[in-house]
Design a protein around this ligand. Sequence first.
Ligand SMILES: Cc1cc2nc3c(=O)[nH]c(=O)nc-3n(C[C@H](O)[C@H](O)[C@H](O)COP(=O)(O)O)c2cc1C
Length: 117
Amino acid sequence: MSENDLVVLLVQARANNERDAITGMLLYAEGAFLQCIEGPEYNIADLMGRLELDPRHTNFRVIHESHCDDRRFDDWTMGFRAVSAADVEGVLARVDVPRPEGGTALELIERLGRSPG
Ligand SMILES: Cc1cc2nc3c(=O)[nH]c(=O)nc-3n(C[C@H](O)[C@H](O)[C@H](O)COP(=O)(O)O)c2cc1C
């Protein structure tokens, strides 16, 4: 994706997410995305339907799902960070193991999403 494609994607995502009370963080490295979305269940289900159908995704999958009372990214309609391939490899090495480890992926998204620079 070009930088312009990413900007278009984020403008669209943030406008929708504001409308739908969705917050989250999107990480991008070398063509791969890792995203956390949080919000009301109904709106999340709706967004999931759109994400699955989006041709900009080629290998979409859910790593972790959970109910929670507190949002991790309540200050972001969709935060965005470009991260290194090494960072993403570190994440994927953990998320390729099944769901109980998904919480670890979430913590990594939070750490990478909030790290300075
Ligand atoms: C990596 C990626 C992340 C996305 N994140 C969001 C998102 O957080 N919120 C959103 O509404 N759409 C997101 N989209 C876009 C949706 O797949 C879909 O195109 C969009 O929600 C349709 O919006 P529209 O009904 O306004 O046309 C994302 C797409 C990609 C490829």
